[in-house]
Design a protein around this ligand. Structure first.
Ligand code: A3P
Length: 313
């Protein structure tokens, strides 16, 4: 009987059914797909875009580990690229949630209703997919990849708050969640493999992959807005610099500005509010939640995992 049932299932259903499974922070199932723990919907999305997506040389791809500053980078990349298309006071980032402006490969690339601006040349698209899982046409074309990375201690805390907000009776305790995170079991984890995949690619091909750190952007956003614009092929002119456009773009996309916009409040998905993507945006917030022994354990783990790569946190 089992064989008969399996005969009727598509190869995709069979693949997903047979992947190793674990529980995410919120109690939902995540699957071990190509070396990473992913939700089922993302696996389906990654397989679809791996199969069908044809990159263009002009595409700009934002990549990240969840909770590392994706929303911020979506707003920044969009505003940098479109700043001559609209006056800054009328940029769509003021009227449209960044997740609608820059669609995600695995979540909404094939949902035209969410595909508002991203499909104009240059297309700006985003993904949490690990580097190895990116379609070859992204790797082989001249399109550019930006990776935003965050100190794993803060990324863990941001994840924890994000999932703790979802209504679920099966939320794990912070201790259990922490242990899972340190074993690599988290959305798109292990975090070290995700980070190292893009880090190595950025070392090998610096013109193709720009590796950014959340903390560095927090420290000097004007410098990084300029750097990002140059990398994307939309550098600020001397005239723009003189008129303070770099500062204006940085301010427009700041946490303080974005979090108060009406468009960044209200429901986005079942049980999920747009404001959940704008929590505290603080560097070092982990110190308010983690015990000294957790911090020590995590720091040791990070050190072990990134040792010899040239990457530091
Ligand atoms: P916290 O939970 O630490 O506050 P992502 O967009 O990848 O889901 O990441 C969300 C994290 O980025 C949240 O961190 C959120 O507050 C922060 N964030 C959102 N918009 C930001 C902005 N414009 N500038 C800086 N941080 C931002």
């Amino acid at each position: 009987h089992q064989e008969k049932v399996e005969e009727l299932e598509s190869p995709l259903e069979l693949l997903i059914k047979n992947l190793p499974k674990e529980r995410n922070f919120d109690g939902k199932t995540i699957y071990f797909y190509r070396g990473f723990w992913c939700p089922e919907m993302a696996i389906r999305g990654m397989i679809a875009f791996g199969k069908h997506f044809q990159a263009q040389d002009t595409d700009l791809i934002l990549t990240s580990n969840p909770k590392s500053g994706t929303t911020w980078l979506k707003a920044l990349m969009f505003t940098i690229v479109t700043r001559t298309r609209y006056p800054l006071t009328e940029n769509p980032v003021l009227f449209t949630n960044p997740h609608m402006l820059v669609p995600s490969f695995e979540y909404n690339l094939y949902n035209p209703s969410l595909y508002v601006e991203g499909n104009r040349d240059p297309r700006i698209l985003s993904t949490h997919a690990p580097y190895d899982v990116l379609p070859t046409s992204i790797k082989d074309s001249k399109c550019r990849i930006v990776y935003i990375c965050r100190n794993p201690l803060d990324q863990f805390m941001s994840n924890w708050h994000f999932f703790a907000k979802l209504p679920s009776e099966t939320h794990s305790s912070i201790d259990e969640t922490f242990n899972r995170f340190c074993s690599g079991i988290v959305f798109f984890g292990p975090f070290w493999d995700h980070i190292l995949g893009y880090w190595k690619a950025s070392q090998e091909k610096p013109d193709k992959v720009l590796f950014l750190k959340y903390e560095d952007l927090k420290e000097d956003i004007v410098f990084h807005t300029k750097l990002l614009a140059e990398f994307l092929g939309f550098p600020f002119s001397v005239e723009e610099e003189r008129h303070g456009v770099v500062e204006e773009v940085s301010r427009l996309c700041s946490f303080e500005n974005l979090k108060d916009l009406d468009i960044n409040k209200g429901p986005i998905l079942p049980g999920r509010d747009k404001s959940d993507f704008f929590r505290k945006a603080k560097v070092g917030d982990w110190s308010n939640y983690l015990t000294p022994s957790m911090v020590e354990q995590m720091k040791k783990l990070i050190q072990e995992k990134i040792e010899g790569s040239g990457l530091t946190f």
